[in-house]
Design a protein around this ligand. Structure first.
Ligand code: ADP
Ligand code: MG
Length: 477
């Protein structure tokens, strides 16, 4: 069968069967423009969030890159906007300059139905002065990164008292980059009476905290197909007690998860397992209650930013841990408490990801497995280690490495300063940079493994926040 209807060239695949924009309370000129842009039908995130956002609700929406988010918040912003009022009426916060520029461009396209709507991009890595001049000429919509927006607020070059819409785009990514404090400081300078829309691909705990602080009676938008695929695949492996550590290595080599949390019942067992895995060439750290806060932070940062692939912990030590992308949980010992077991494995398979929950048990531990399956109301899936052929026996290397900059909050270093030093000054791409964590004394930045040494060298040779800094590669694990 031939398709006689033209399909828009730039349309994402999901647009093909959705409802039309003409169902929405949008002005005719805007609908015409959408038609000209070949926006014929809504993407799922647009269909789910536009009716709510146009009705004025605050929203928490789960949406990934390429899902058509910009129109999902751009259209509500634009319909509410008063073009005659030359004040900033909407602010869109994005994690990086590239994303902010894309959003600005897309909003400008959506704004073509009206004359004279000014969209301004404010990001780091460029001079303040020209941005201040543009602000003096007035802008209706500002799109920018939290660090640079803060700079303008502090200098008084940006005022938000006429703001009616605050948008957080890719909120999880912004939290990853350490922008929590900046975002909440920015929100404090916005009028209370406003609409706040938060978009995020994943839901680490920080998102709920941020939403609780910034949003009022928010509506939640989840996309069904993504929700349904959230899944924990659970397998039990029977082993002999003396095989236990070897078995953990076998599982890691077979499943090759990027991030694994391995639970032991005792501290001593954590230490022994770490030693064994280190000998085999794995990148592994342990968390135990004896660690000082600063060391604990360093371990968690390295694990969460993907420069360490295995974290060994007891239940107590893992309490309160907030990691959004765990591919696997390994129970080195089965917990005697089924509730603890369920809690452990619930850490994998979040949002749209599936995760492995792999448990080792010795014949004496069989009753524990039985009570777990009773508690969970499902039959355990038993597997044998001998099924696992290690065709590729080398341990997986983590994709990132961590650089430690000796200087942190006490030196007024902010994530944007480090990102700027690495991208604008040292010439790396934003995609090569991972999470940035600023602690009181130090700043940790994850970079792609293969640029680790070069990034450390360039950072030491250059300047962060106008100062020379000491930088070292954190090689533990
Ligand atoms: P996201 O911010 O979620 O990554 P964008 O808003 O940048 O996604 O949209 C991705 C691409 O899809 C853009 O090129 C945009 O012009 C296009 N697009 C978005 N919504 C529609 C639609 N309803 N119909 C056709 N194209 C669309
Ligand atoms: Mg986008």
């Amino acid at each position: 069968m031939t398709n006689i209807h033209p399909t828009p060239l730039s349309a994402p695949a999901e647009t093909l069967a959705g409802p039309g924009f003409d169902q929405l309370p949008l002005p005719a000129a805007m609908l015409d423009n959408l038609w000209q842009l070949q926006y014929l039908t809504m993407t799922p995130i647009q269909a789910a969030s536009l009716p709510l956002a146009l009705a004025g609700h605050d929203l928490i929406a789960q949406a990934k890159t390429g899902s058509g988010k910009t129109a999902a918040f751009g259209l509500p912003i634009l319909t509410r906007l008063n073009p005659k009022l030359f004040k900033v009426q909407s602010l869109v916060l994005c994690p990086t300059r590239e994303l902010a520029e894309q959003v600005s461009q897309e909003i400008r396209r959506l704004a073509r139905f009206a004359d004279n709507i000014k969209v301004l991009t404010l990001c780091g890595g460029t001079l303040m002065r020209p941005q201040m001049n543009s602000l003096e000429h007035g802008a209706h919509i500002v799109v920018g990164t939290p660090g640079r927006i803060m700079d303008h607020l502090q200098r008084g070059s940006l005022q938000l008292d006429h703001l009616s819409g605050l948008i957080l785009d890719e909120a999880d990514r912004m939290l990853d980059m350490g922008f929590y404090d900046d975002i909440s400081a920015i929100a404090k300078q916005c009028p209370r009476q406003r609409q706040t829309l938060l978009f995020s691909a994943t839901y680490p705990n920080g998102i709920a905290k941020l939403a609780g602080q910034l949003l009022q009676n928010p509506q939640q938008v989840h996309l069904h197909e993504q929700h349904a695929s959230s899944k924990i695949r659970q397998r039990f492996y029977e082993i002999d007690d003396q095989q236990r550590f070897e078995a953990v290595a076998t599982l890691l080599k077979h499943y090759r998860p990027l991030s694994t949390l391995a639970f032991c019942n005792t501290k001593q067992q954590c230490r022994d397992l770490q030693e064994e895995l280190l000998t085999q060439g794995f990148s592994v750290l342990t968390l135990n209650g004896d660690l000082e806060q600063r060391d604990r932070d360093q371990v968690l940062i390295q694990f969460a930013n993907r420069s360490c692939s295995v974290l060994v912990a007891t239940d107590v030590a893992a309490r309160g841990l907030d990691i959004s992308q765990l591919e696997a949980v390994i129970n080195v010992d089965v917990s005697p408490d089924p509730e603890v077991h369920v809690h452990r494995i619930g850490r994998t398979g979040r949002v749209d990801q599936s995760g492995w929950a792999l448990s080792l048990f010795s014949p004496q531990e069989t009753p524990r497995v039985n009570s777990i399956s009773q508690f969970m109301g499902s039959d355990p899936e038993f597997h044998s280690l001998s099924e696992l052929e290690n065709s590729n026996p080398s341990p997986l290397q983590p994709p990132m490495v961590t650089l430690q900059i000796l200087g942190g909050r006490k030196d007024k270093i902010r994530p944007g300063d480090v990102l700027g030093a690495l991208t604008a000054d040292a010439g790396f791409k934003a995609e090569q940079i991972g999470k940035i964590n600023v602690t009181e004394q130090s700043t940790y930045v994850a970079v792609e493994r293969r640029i680790g040494k070069e990034a450390a060298r360039k950072l030491s040779a250059g300047k962060v926040k106008g100062k020379t800094v000491k930088v070292r590669l954190v090689l533990k694990g």
